[in-house]
Design a protein around this ligand. Structure first.
Ligand SMILES: [Mg+2]
Length: 361
């Protein structure tokens, strides 16, 4: 038995290279990274991590701390068992939200540990469909001028991207439309262009926006409204006339199922660092498959490339990392529009701990 012997938690506050903004989160000048290393009795180690833009990192850290007693001494290979123990341990006061982030970090570390012990890359262990995954550049650019937006896009094209996402949700819809029109003009008719409203609209506003955006051939409209309004998503999907992506703010498996049941989504977009980890992410991918829907991703592309590589119903990998790639030894690269899941064992991500040290909280 591979017994969990120790859990090490670290917390860093990392400044962003440039200040970012979207429709609901205000200006972001830093992000917080929480990492967990799980060691077992045979000398193996697994690494998990999550990130938040603002707040709650301290709570997530202390929830992980709370889970230590439950995990130490247990068999590290029984991931589903440990996942259920963690879920029910804090279910009454903590279902979803920060608890899902805390479970995610630990779950990622356990899967890393398991695939390292089996001497196999994570994407192979999880299903091994195809290591090549289409990737898009996710811009956080709502208040960029049109010139800055196009300059960023030029840069993304030079860096190998063949699909791009931009933010929408400015004060007036006409401003969004002007920006989307400029991007469409620049990129050409068939270039995959996604737009992301970060929950900025009410249902009726979202439907009006979606109908107007449908004239610009957008690949998907992401998070048109709050994640809690499943019926609203159903209406936007049906009446808006554009494909809908959502999932980065869903923190339980059941929320994904509710969204699918409401016929509110075309692309499921779980984030492995906040939905409950790899265990939940794979379940979401499989219920998506059973509903004939593709799965995409949100954030942490170095990790999520493995998950999309594992499954057959993959859509695009989102590439935006808050600059975290600067702290990763061999970050995923995009070549001719594709990212490739690495052949290193586990998820194969090693942080540059020395460079991170000065950002320790
Ligand atoms: Mg988004």
């Amino acid at each position: 038995m591979s017994e969990i012997t120790n859990i090490f938690i670290d917390h860093f506050q990392i400044p962003l290279p440039v200040t970012l903004s979207d429709a609901t989160h205000g200006e972001m000048s830093q992000f917080e990274l929480i990492t967990v290393k799980i060691a077992d009795s045979e000398g193996a180690e697994g690494l998990g991590y999550t990130y938040v833009g603002q707040g709650s990192a301290g709570s997530i850290q202390s929830l992980i701390e709370d889970y230590k007693d439950l995990l130490i001494g247990e068999d590290a290979e029984r991931i589903e068992y440990l996942w259920q123990r963690m879920w029910w341990e804090l279910h009454y006061s903590g279902r979803g939200g920060p608890v899902s982030f805390a479970i995610s970090v630990i779950d990622i570390a356990l899967w890393d540990l398991k695939s390292r012990k089996q001497n196999t890359p994570l994407w192979q262990l999880l299903g091994g469909h195809d290591p090549k995954v289409k990737a898009y550049a996710g811009g956080i650019d709502l208040y960029f001028t049109i010139e800055e937006l196009l300059e960023q896009t030029r840069c993304n094209l030079d860096n190998g991207f063949c699909a791009i996402k931009m933010k929408v949700g400015r004060k007036r819809l006409s401003e969004d439309i002007e920006r989307v029109a400029a991007m469409r003009e620049f990129l050409g008719t068939d270039f995959p262009l996604m737009v992301d409203a970060n929950m900025g609209w009410r249902t009726d506003e979202a439907i009006r926006a979606a109908r107007t955006l449908s004239n610009y051939g957008i690949f998907w409209l992401e998070e048109p409204t709050i994640p809690d309004d499943f019926a609203g998503y159903g209406r936007i999907h049906k009446e808006g006339g554009v494909p809908i992506a959502a999932g980065e703010n869903l923190h339980t498996l059941y929320e994904f199922q509710h969204l699918i049941a409401a016929d509110g989504v075309s692309f499921l977009e779980p984030d492995v660092t906040n939905c409950g980890g790899i265990t939940t992410w794979m379940k979401v991918a499989h219920i998506a498959e059973a509903n004939n829907l593709p799965v995409t991703s949100h954030g942490v592309h170095d990790l999520q490339v493995h998950l999309l590589a594992a499954v057959s119903n993959k859509s695009y990998l989102e590439v935006h990392g808050f600059g975290l790639q600067d702290f990763i030894a061999e970050p995923v690269k995009v070549v001719d529009g594709y990212a490739t899941a690495p052949d290193r064992i586990g998820h194969g991500i090693s942080f540059d701990w020395n460079s991170l040290e000065k950002y320790r909280v």
